[in-house]
Design a protein around this ligand. Structure first.
Ligand code: ZN
Length: 346
């Protein structure tokens, strides 16, 4: 810790180091041997989001789905409905202790708040639980749901709206309750915000889901494995984020659970795939530890600091490609020379 240097001095030092190394790079490819934080390069980032986690309903299916992710050692974001039939889920006997036992089985679990009571309350963008309601009511619903989930499994900063719809008052209410991530879907984000990829708006990171696992919501028939494989392959080929939406109650028999396991294994068999949760993706994205390149992603684990500031400028792709081509892989400056854009320690 160098107490005398200011943030702007560190920034200038980092900028100078990047420019210096960029200039020297063609002649000194071994520059990457200088000590620096580990930077990992990925083709695709994959997030599994399980909606509708609730008590009193197909508990065996929830155990089976969680068991797949635990056995495969793959992170998963479970979105919990905080209120069922007017009662907080903390009133349901052993539900919260069962969720905590699931977390003991799979430490890669992230809990998310899934709306309030899963009711369709307005016709906003088709159906919505929040969108179109008065701001005060939305604030109450978010605050109450947040209290319940905190009592049940601990606090979260990730919100998954029921029906994948919400409005600007929802995100304001979320921010007031400390939420930093909201995950709707691509169709809604494109229509309402004009963005289909992760973006920051209303003070939170939006990470839309890209794919459902169910083909028919009346019969709960799952999509054909070949169609799901093609969806993932397309994202992988384009170096994109892939967010798979799941609903645990639809995995109602062993054959369906096997289809999920088989899909997870199919994705795992690809080189250069990073599995993460919604929360970790958003934090890395916002704090500058995760960068989109022209054909994939550069990522640093928590505690390894942000990429140099010139890399996170608006033309970041150009910088990233240029540095990678020269073998520098973003190691032009040490993490402790950088002024972080956001604390990693929250
Ligand atoms: Zn739902």
């Amino acid at each position: 810790m160098t107490g005398e240097t200011t943030g702007s001095q560190r920034f200038l030092a980092a900028t100078f180091a990047v420019l210096l190394l960029s200039t020297a790079a063609t002649a000194t490819v071994s520059a990457s041997t200088t000590a620096g934080p580990a930077t990992l390069e990925y083709r695709s980032i994959v997030i599994f989001r399980t909606d509708d986690v609730q008590p009193w309903y197909r508990a065996d299916a929830l155990d089976a789905v969680n068991g797949v992710f635990a056995a495969e050692d793959v992170p998963v974001t479970h979105a919990v409905i905080p209120t069922i039939d007017g009662k907080p889920v903390t009133a349901s006997g052993d539900f919260c202790s069962r969720l905590r036992a699931m977390q003991a089985e799979n430490s890669n679990i992230e809990w998310a708040l899934h709306g309030y009571d899963h009711g369709a309350k307005t016709a906003f963008y088709g159906r919505s639980e929040f969108g179109g309601l008065p701001a005060d009511r939305q604030r109450e619903m978010v605050a109450e749901g947040h209290r319940t989930l905190t009592d049940c499994v601990g606090p979260t900063k990730t919100f998954v709206p029921q029906f994948n719809t919400h409005d600007h008052n929802t995100t304001r209410a979320l921010r007031e309750s400390g939420y930093t991530v909201v995950s709707a879907n691509r169709w809604f984000d494109r229509t309402y915000y004009g963005e289909g990829e992760p973006f920051v708006a209303d003070g939170v990171v939006h990470v839309p889901s890209s794919e459902p696992f169910v083909a028919n919501w009346t019969t709960n028939r799952l999509r054909d494995p070949a169609a799901l494989h093609a969806s993932f392959e397309s994202a992988y080929d384009d170096g994109e984020l892939y967010v798979q939406m799941l609903h645990y109650p639809t995995f109602s028999d062993e054959r369906k659970v096997e289809q999920l396991r088989s899909f997870v294994q199919f994705v795992k068999a690809h080189d250069g795939v990073k599995f993460t949760t919604l929360g970790e993706f958003a934090q890395a994205y916002r704090s500058g530890r995760l960068l989109k390149t022209s054909d994939g992603w550069l990522y640093r684990e928590q505690g390894h600091g942000a990429f140099p500031r010139p890399l996170v400028a608006s033309e970041s792709s150009w910088w990233v490609r240029d540095l990678r081509a020269n073998g520098l892989r973003g190691e032009a400056a040490d993490a402790d020379e950088l002024e972080p854009t956001e604390s990693d320690d929250e």
